[in-house]
Design a protein around this ligand. Structure first.
Ligand code: MG
Length: 389
């Protein structure tokens, strides 16, 4: 009698932010390994036409969109293709996707503070969360860690820097860690003077030298707010005091981050700047997926540069320390003010340097406060936004 080899059960994924850049990377990995991964629920924002084609291709059992009008358009288009998939709307829709009973893992790739509630709901439901929405960790890292610990769910980093640190920490006792070093490309204005930065337009800020990303994160990279948010994210993901987290500018974006150990050894993760790598690592963990993608050719690159981050020209890196000293309220205010300011900058209402000025103004208004519930956190986020009106 022979053995019956059962196929490995496929991992069922609920994907939030399906039409964004992380969503696309995730679906690329899923389609390379159809026997390993299946998308059972999918949430998108306003790009309904793309969501229609994704739903036709991946056939999830549940969909969500941002707006009511999108939902009817989606339902009708799917009906035309003979598909009947329930479509939900707004935050309740995103939460339904995040807690979809069939899902084993949630890829949380929405943009901004709206990503927090679904990420929280997924962890509370005991689902592992591959987290690209750094705002969740920035606003509620303490709470999300507590919820994950209580349900046994894992939070898996998708941000390229945090994935690199996760990989460099693998198998090492925590007490050996001296510091975490987050690399930053420095964005398109790395060599600009403050006077030059005062003049930059949203279109210029949208031209990132290395990464193809959505508008919010691209502008955050130009101000280095993205790196500042990543310091807070790392603080909670790896449970390390912020004083042990540093930023190093590395324009080629090949070394994705580093861990320095107490003996002076430094471990880094390197790779081409392609978000499919961190996505594949999180989905495959602890295994590595064999990806047929262009490989890193260091000889062809020849040289890697590292430059000390300039806190004067990039006030985000100074302000984040102030935010961290102000506890949960500081981190929430930092994030909320940045979101408000980025939107104003995109609308042409404020200049580029006023983004960090807006954040500083918000931080000056904040009193140190720590929060233990999601409601308190979301209420405080709203209060900060109102203060800035
Ligand atoms: Mg990043």
């Amino acid at each position: 009698m022979g053995y019956i080899v059962l196929p490995e059960a496929s991992k069922k994924i609920a994907l939030l932010g399906a039409t964004g850049s992380i969503g696309r990377s995730t679906l690329d990995i899923v389609s390379r390994f159809p026997e390993r991964y299946q998308v059972v629920a999918m949430g998108g924002g306003k790009n309904v036409s793309e969501l229609i084609s994704l739903a036709r291709r991946f056939r999830p059992q549940l969909l969500s969109v941002q707006e009511e009008s999108g939902a009817s358009e989606l339902t009708m288009a799917l009906k035309d293709s003979g598909l009947s998939i329930p479509v939900m709307v707004g935050q309740p829709g995103a939460v339904a996707v995040a807690t979809c009973p069939q899902a084993d893992i949630v890829v949380a790739a929405m943009v901004g503070a709206v990503g927090l509630e679904p990420a929280h709901a997924a962890l509370a439901a005991g689902k592992d969360v591959a987290l690209a929405n750094k705002e969740s960790m920035v606003m509620a890292g303490r709470l999300l860690n507590q919820v994950a610990a209580s349900t046994g769910a894992a939070i898996l980093p998708l941000d390229s820097e945090h994935s690199a640190i996760w990989q460099a920490l693998n198998g090492e006792p925590k007490k050996g860690v001296e510091k975490l070093i987050l690399t930053a490309s420095g964005g398109p204005f790395r060599e600009f003077s403050l006077a030059e930065m005062a003049q930059v337009t949203p279109a210029q800020a949208m031209r990132h030298p290395r990464w193809q990303m959505g508008p919010k994160i691209t502008i955050d990279s130009a101000t280095m707010m993205n790196k500042a948010l990543e310091i807070i994210e790392a603080r909670w993901l790896f449970d390390i005091v912020p004083e042990r987290i540093e930023v190093l500018v590395h324009p080629q974006s090949i070394v994705h981050s580093l861990v320095e150990y107490v003996d002076g050894s430094v471990l880094a993760q390197l790779g081409l700047p392609d978000m499919r790598l961190p996505v594949a690592y999180a989905l495959g963990y602890p295994e590595r997926l064999a990806l047929d993608l262009p490989k890193l050719d260091l000889a062809a690159i020849g040289q890697l540069d590292f430059i000390r981050a300039d806190v004067k020209r990039f006030p985000a890196l100074r302000l984040v320390r102030k935010a961290l000293e102000a506890g949960d309220s500081g981190a929430i205010a930092f994030n909320a003010a940045n979101e408000v300011a980025v939107e104003r900058f995109r609308q042409g209402e404020i200049g580029f340097l006023e983004i960090s000025e807006t954040v500083e103004k918000a931080l000056n208004m904040v009193v140190r406060e720590d929060f233990s519930t999601l409601t308190e956190i979301l209420d405080f986020d709203v209060r900060v936004r109102q203060l800035l009106l």
